[in-house]
Design a protein around this ligand. Sequence first.
Ligand code: BES
Ligand code: MN
Ligand code: ZN
Length: 534
Amino acid sequence: MPIRQFLIAGSVAALTIAMPLAVQAQEVVKPSLTLKAAKAQFRRVSFASSLPAPSGTLVLPLAGEADLASRAASLNEAERAAIARALAAAEFDYKSGTLSLRGIGGWDRIQVVGTGTDMSAAAIQKLGVAAGRALMKDKGSLTVLANGLPAEAVAELATGMGIGEYRSDLYQAKAREAGPMAGTTIVTDATDPARAAYAGRGRPLIEAMAFARDLSNEPANVIYPESFVERTRAAFAGVAGVTIEALDVPAMEKLGMGSILGSGRGSARPPRMLIVRYTGRGAPSNGPVVLAGKGITFDSGGISLKNGSGMGDMKFDMSGAASVVGAALALAKSRAPVDVVAIAALSENMPDGNAARPADVLQAMNGKTIEIISTDAEGRLVLADAVAYADTKLNPAAIVDMATLTGAIMTALGDDYAGLFSRHDPLADQLLKAGDASGDAVWRMPLHPSYAEDTKSTIADIKNSGAGGAGAGAGAHFIGAFVKPETPWAHIDIAGMAWGGANDLKPAGSTGYGVRLLERFVRDFQPVPKVAGE
Ligand code: BES
Ligand code: MN
Ligand code: ZN
């Protein structure tokens, strides 16, 4: 590799400027051309007003004993009596559990799902997720008795089932491709509105969730900044109202984005700033809602190297970026009347001879200088330029960033809530509401003035790791320093939420957390006064 040898022999500083990183990278990167994940697959969903002939699995949601007579009116009396006997014998509580019954009528099995009385969209969708996942192994068709439920609830149930059918075994091609491919029939007295709600919003959400989770689950030898951009372009191909721009290294140099560039200097894969804009028909014209995602395609820690145990999880460190792009994809595919920009701040945090060091000073796009204390606090470096770009170039109605930013937020909130930080109460309130409505839970955290003290540098405007104990708050404060005080801005730390082990609601790996939260938030967004918050 002549360029590399020349670099070592010659003046590194002069040559780095003369030779853009992208050119160096072409010399050293050998993309994995042969590795290709199996495509995610889902059951085809149709809506019918009457019960089809018995075959495969019947799903029977029940809130109580009385529901059986009405919802299962289309079953014959002997079938209903058998179900009633089984429910009584099992002391079924109708609250959440499921009961699997075999040998009744012509069905392979009847899966009773306790719905409880919470009929909110999030609760119904969650039931669907659990059912979709529980019935993954059923080879035959599914029939869901959903009559008596309002159209919106029926669509949420169907949407949940599609989300629940997601599987993360990307490289067990046979497993994924032999997935649950027979169709689902939803029996409902509201076929037309349910079908419209599902096709208009549910199906796009299922696809966007799968897109985001696939991106997150992919290993870092497959997904790096440039391949993230390619996957995004492919996902949006043919979707109306969308423009995609990817800033490469020279473009970012021109804009002065020294912070994201500094974060990526140790990697053979050059950083990218990906900007996806979707403007729907009938969208408000007072500036876009900007969603900025941390897109560290692998976080080794850089020169401040992480220890080995669990380091592989850092392939998920681009989950914020996947979720913001996923939310934009859901909105665009459903033709929502919104103006949204998803920015994926993409970089790989690796140690090598070109990598940034502790005590190095970087300069972000808005002119602020940053002293690096730890190269492992890299998420805030890429987001500094992402939010500064949004703030100065896009006239945003609001900026929300989403990031697997700190281990500290996991200590505080576990995997029950993402941490929400904002100087603007009306914006925070909208995000909390979207959290409740979508089921992606968020908990508000403080931005104490002491975090400004904690991040004071003696050589630069700010340092990238705080001196105090509030690790998540210091990270939030740092990002906020690159947004004008009057711009409505919020930061969501999803480090505890983005991935985990398998459970009743998900396979191992990415959760897709944030896609549903941000989709709901942007859809319902109300302008927030642009006054300095605190
Ligand atoms: N990506 C990590 C945060 C993380 C850790 C997310 C574990 C999920 C699980 C982030 O870049 C990081 O390394 N943060 C440091 C910040 C510190 C150096 C100021 C942390 O949390 O320790
Ligand atoms: Mn890190
Ligand atoms: Zn990180």
